[in-house]
Write a protein that binds this ligand. Structure first.
Ligand code: ATP
Length: 361
């Protein structure tokens, strides 16, 4: 039932001439859960809407199960979509909201009843079928919206920021519910969000976009551990990766007043190539170890602020002018205003070309 999708060199140029999506290429496997992520305006909703058939594709080819569907309307594509504003019919019960699409299609009442009960069971809405939307919590309303899309039994399921109207706690619950629904239905799913945590926790593969261009496509693991550039490295992970720029001199760079030897990260040729050039040094807040560790990059810094979060503490430090965040064990929380030493293991150091911002491999 699930479909596979092919996006070949898809572009979107709006009538006002704005080029919102550039040469978007992606193969989506049957049953995959794909998340488009990126900051506001990067083109993720535009791409989703082109897939849905709600927006014309300016050029390129979009194929479902190998058939080009550029000219097909939304109904003919076998797609169901859940939007950010999941407006339910306020005067209709949950049952009627779920049944509405099928009733319009003239489906037999008994068949509708069976389908509504089934979807309600999957979504935990069985006890709420007689209620009006106003008597539901935000999360329950969201589930009804998902249910309306699910009931159509389509091969492709699209969701555009479906959790953005929920509070933080409901979002966490719905995240795992949507993942479970996906596992149960097996539909090919494309989900749009600007929230990297949603992307990391739910996706089989993430597509990171910026200003209309794909930056990287990969599993959450790949994006976290092997970001291709500064943008992806800074976008995935919370708090974000710390960066410091420096010019390479004699195979070393300075992070604040600390000298870091790059010879363990770069080959002799690379050190030669980058001599006198700027590189961006990156490390994740959670990768540091307090104190001095043999073989690691050791950094002196002063503590400006600490935030105890329970499972860890975020320590805001100043490395002689370079601001960074360290995520450490709460039991090791340092006092503010003191000087500390921390170490960054070699495998946790990322180096990027200062000009292209691409990772140096
Ligand atoms: P958000 O998270 O804010 O929804 P997005 O990544 O989904 O952002 P899109 O809605 O796809 O972004 O918009 C991409 C770009 O295209 C934006 O710069 C937007 O201003 C522009 N855009 C969207 N719709 C139109 C339109 N009808 N005409 C011209 N430009 C548009």
């Amino acid at each position: 039932m699930a479909a596979y999708l092919t996006l070949k060199n898809i572009n979107k140029i709006y009538p006002n001439g704005f080029h919102a999506v550039h040469n978007f290429n992606l193969e989506i496997q049957k049953g995959e859960f794909i998340i488009f992520v990126g900051p506001s305006g990067c083109g993720k909703s535009t791409t989703l809407r082109m897939i849905a058939g709600l927006e014309d594709i300016s050029n390129g080819d979009f194929l479902i199960d190998g058939d080009r569907v550029n000219e097909k309307g939304p109904r003919e594509r076998g797609i169901a979509m859940v939007f950010q504003s999941y407006a339910l019919y306020p005067q209709m019960t949950v049952y009627d909201n779920l049944a509405f699409g099928l009733t319009l299609q003239g489906v037999d009442e008994d068949v509708i009843e069976g389908k509504v009960q089934n979807v309600a069971k999957i979504l935990g809405l069985t006890d709420y079928l007689d209620r009006l939307p106003k008597a539901l919590s935000g999360g329950q309303r969201q589930r009804v919206a998902v249910g309306r899309a699910l009931i159509r039994k389509v091969g492709i399921f699209l969701m555009d920021e479906p959790l953005s109207n929920l509070d933080a706690k409901q979002r966490v619950t719905m995240r795992s519910e949507i993942t479970q629904i996906h596992q149960r239905t097996g539909s090919t799913t494309i989900y749009v969000t600007h929230d990297q945590t949603e992307a990391m926790t739910m996706a089989d593969r993430i597509v990171v976009m910026k200003e209309g261009y794909i930056q990287q496509v990969g599993s959450p693991y790949e994006l976290y551990f092997n970001p291709v550039n500064v943008f992806v490295a800074g976008f995935i992970g919370e708090p974000p990766m710390n960066f410091a720029s420096g010019v390479v001199k004699g195979g070393k760079i300075k992070i604040g007043e600390n000298t870091v030897d790059l010879s363990k990260k770069l080959s002799a040729e690379q050190i030669k190539e980058y001599e006198g050039k700027e590189i961006v040094f990156g490390f994740r807040p959670e990768a540091v170890v307090l104190g001095e560790v043999e073989g690691a990059a050791v950094i002196n810094a002063s503590v400006e602020l600490t935030e105890l979060l329970g499972d860890n503490t975020n320590v805001y430090v100043d490395i002689q002018g370079v601001k960074s965040i360290l995520k450490i064990d709460p039991h090791d929380t340092p006092e503010t205003d003191i000087d500390i030493k921390f170490s960054i293991p070699q495998e946790s150091i990322y180096l990027f070309d200062g000009e292209t911002e691409n990772v140096i491999k």
